[in-house]
Structures are given as C-alpha cells and as structure tokens.
Design a protein around this ligand. Structure first.
Ligand SMILES: Cc1cc2nc3c(=O)[nH]c(=O)nc-3n(C[C@H](O)[C@H](O)[C@H](O)COP(=O)(O)OP(=O)(O)OC[C@H]3O[C@@H](n4cnc5c(N)ncnc54)[C@H](O)[C@@H]3O)c2cc1C
Length: 396
C-alpha cells in the first residue's frame, strides 16, 4: 500500500510492481488530483534532476540528508533517473546550469509517463481517499481511511509535507523534526541596493553573521531585497537558524569573493598608484555593475567626481569594506517563485537508509518529502524522491 499520490508514491508503486508483479499495489491519495506538485514544478517544465553524477558531489546539495543520502545515491542517482525515463521513451535534456528537464519542456510528459506505467502494470489508484488511522492486526497493518478499510503487508508513506500525516506517525512513535521553510529570498530595505532591481553579480559570497554558514554563487538584487543561488543556498543551509531568528538577521555580502578585505585594500591601493587620474566612479572594477559600484562608493562617502589620487587611505579602506564586508539587515523572507520547500519530517536516524524501512515499525517505509531531507533548488528535491522511493520499492 502506498499512501500519497505524488512523485515519490508513483515512482515507488511503478518500481515495486515491476520487481514484484505478483504483489497487489494500491496508491491512496487524499486530494482529487494525483501528481499535482509535479504538474507545477519547475515553472511547469518539471526539473526532474541535476546532472551531477558522483554520489559524493550530489549529496553535497542536501542541507538535511547530506550524510544519509550518500549510500542511497550509490544505488540510484541522477544517471539512473535519466536512464529510467529514457527506457520509457521520455527524452531528457541537460541545460547549461546542469538542470535536467524533459525535452518537451512540459511537466505533463512526466505525468503521462507515470500514468502509462500505472495502467500497464495495473496499479490501483484511489483519489479522495485519506489515511485517517493506522493500527497493527497480527502481522499486518489495518489502514482506516475516510472511505474504506484496507489490510496491507507493507506500507510506504510518500505523503510529502503533511502535518496531519506526520501527527499520525508521531502517535505511532516516530519523531518528527519540526518543519520550517527552506529556499526563500531575503527582504532588505537599504540605500545601497535601492533602485537596483534586476542588477546581479555573477559570483558573491553570502554569510550569516554570527555563524560559519556561508554560500557563494550569483546574487540578484530585486525590488524587495536579494535572491539568486548564493541567497537561496544560504536560506536552505541556515533554514533552522533563520527560523529561530524569525527571519531578522544580519547578512554579510562579499561582492568580490576572490579577495578578502585586506587583499581588497591592497588591490585598491595598487590601482590608486597605477591609475591616479581616473575618476573612481567612472571605472568600475572586478566586473561589478556600474550602478552597484557607485552605490557602494556613496556608502563609503567617496564623492562621485573624486579621482583615485584624491582618495585618502581611510576612504579607500571604507570602500574596500563595502566591497567585501557589506553588511545588511534582513527583515523577513519571501517565497522563491512559488516553490515552497520545507525542511523537517521523519527523523533520519529512525529510518534504515539501506531499505528506507522504519527502524521502529515493522514493514513501514518512507520516501520523498515526508523525510527530514531537503535540497537547494535545481532538481535535487525530485532526485531525493526518486532515490528514496526506488530503494523502498526494492525492499517492501
Ligand atoms: C511550486 C513548486 C515547484 C517545484 N519545482 C521543483 C522542481 O522543478 N524540481 C525539484 O526537484 N523539486 C521541485 N519542487 C519540490 C518537489 O515538488 C517535491 O520535493 C516533491 O514533489 C516531493 O514529492 P513527494 O511525493 O514526496 O510529496 P508530494 O508531491 O507533496 O506528494 C505527497 C502526496 O501525499 C498526499 N497525502 C498526504 N497525506 C495523505 C494522507 N493522509 N492520505 C492520503 N494522501 C496523503 C498529498 O495530498 C500529496 O499528493 C517544487 C515544489 C513546488 C511547491
């Protein structure tokens, strides 16, 4: 029995029935729609995975699950995802940033693929059927739903981030790591980025002050603050710390990650020596966008018309700090493109990651977002769902 008609539930059902054709497999889904998150995923294109084929590298993209997913990825990783879909006639493509999509650029292709398999394998799917209560009947499970009761030898929980279902599992003895949001953008109101919406740097470092957590990547200025990979990755890696701070915290940006503050000071002094006549504001360095360069100059109290030769060491040092130790007060968060990812879920130490079986309850398995596993953006969340459900399917 599979509880949950999402990505993990369908993938597990198909793989299980293929391996054990004699088993009766049923998917219960509480809502009217199956695979609803697959449909809207990746802006309607479904970013099914990420072209990262080394388990050790792949696992590094999971703030929760990094250690625990290492062995599972040795069994089923991004290359296996590509083969799985290609073996079923679905062509996938790898984009420049390594995200993997169906060639059709349409999530419906993935949904159609799953439904073809479900029909071929005669897997039963029941919508509007919600697990309400679970209890043991000798060596089987009694599943009570809003409609009818079922008896099952084994159950896979592929129920995503469902507080109600986590409660059922908690009552059965599992520990639920408190869910908090992951993957969000930062709200900042600050003169230095005011009116710069749309401007980005290719590579910066974003750090959470007071911790050792920092991430690098592109940084994009928006109307409400900062976003893009460095920020989103930081939001994921620091999800718990940021929730504790109620999303009010100090953020530090290094706009020029190849230099720290001391190195930047000597870079600027060298430049002053070599180009004394140049007007500082007219010649941005380090590939920084001119308007950002000028706002940082203003913050360092360097006049727009000043030449390098006229800048004092003190002023140059202030500017070096704006470039490398640029602190912002973050006041709140915003969703990233409607993509709500939560961290939290079934505590991983209570799951045998070799089989995805509960260590506490006989013949209960877990896959997908119900687990305390989450990733940065880029197709990694689906990859975790495919991997954990494929392993559960082999072992149920
Ligand atoms: C807008 C959006 C875009 C995204 N885009 C991407 C992307 O492009 N790439 C990527 O890797 N990740 C993406 N994600 C994340 C990805 O969608 C999830 O990680 C993935 O869907 C998790 O799959 P799942 O099967 O574990 O959970 P879900 O897809 O949430 O499925 C769980 C199902 O279980 C059902 N259920 C829960 N409790 C019960 C119960 N008691 N009885 C019966 N049924 C129950 C729910 O109704 C639900 O249908 C996106 C997420 C969102 C919200």
């Amino acid at each position: 029995m599979i509880i949950g008609g999402g990505a993990a539930g369908f993938f597990a059902a198909i793989n299980h029935k293929e391996k054990y054709p004699d088993h009766q497999v049923v998917i219960l889904e509480q809502s009217t729609k199956f695979l609803s998150k697959v449909k809207i995923s990746g802006g309607g294109r479904c970013n099914v995975s990420h072209a990262c084929f080394k388990p050790t590298e792949l696992a590094k993209n999971y703030p929760r699950g990094q250690k625990e997913l290492l062995n599972p990825f040795k069994k089923f990783q991004a290359q296996d995802t590509i083969s799985w879909f290609e073996n079923r006639g679905i062509e996938l493509k790898i984009e420049a940033d390594k995200r993997i999509f169906p060639v059709s650029d349409d999530s419906q292709t993935i949904i159609d693929c799953f439904f073809n398999e479900i029909e071929k394998l005669k897997i039963e799917v029941l919508a509007q059927t919600s697990l309400e209560f679970l209890s043991r009947r000798e060596d089987q499970w009694l599943i009570q739903t809003n409609k009818q009761d079922f008896i099952a030898d084994a159950i896979l929980f592929a129920t995503g981030s469902s507080p109600r279902t986590w409660k059922i599992l908690e009552l059965l003895g599992h520990t639920i790591i408190k869910p908090v949001p992951s993957l969000f953008t930062f709200n900042i109101s600050d003169q230095r980025i005011k009116d710069l919406a749309g401007i980005s740097v290719k590579n910066g470092i974003a750090s959470l002050m007071g911790t050792k957590i920092s991430q690098n990547g592109a940084i994009l200025i928006t109307h409400w603050g900062l976003t893009a990979p460095a920020i989103l990755k930081l939001s994921a890696w620091a999800a718990r710390e940021l929730a504790e701070k109620n999303y009010e915290f100090e953020l530090r940006i290094n706009w020029t990650p190849e230099f720290n503050a001391e190195q930047m000071k000597s870079q600027l002094l060298d430049y002053q020596k070599n180009s004394p006549k140049k007007i500082i504001s007219s010649h941005p360095l380090f590939e920084l966008p001119s308007r950002l360069w000028n706002n940082l100059l203003k913050a360092a109290e360097i006049p727009e018309t000043m030449r390098w030769t006229d800048a004092s060491h003190k002023a140059i040092f202030r500017f070096a700090e704006q470039l490398t130790l640029c602190n912002f007060q973050v006041q709140g968060k915003s969703n990233f493109k409607e993509e709500f990812v939560t961290c939290g879920g079934i505590k991983l130490s209570e799951v045998d990651m070799e089989t995805m079986q509960s260590k506490l309850l006989p013949n209960i398995f877990f896959a997908g977002e119900v687990l305390d596993i989450d990733a940065v953006t880029g197709g990694f969340n689906f990859q975790a769902a495919w991997t954990t459900s494929w392993i559960a399917a082999q072992n149920m």
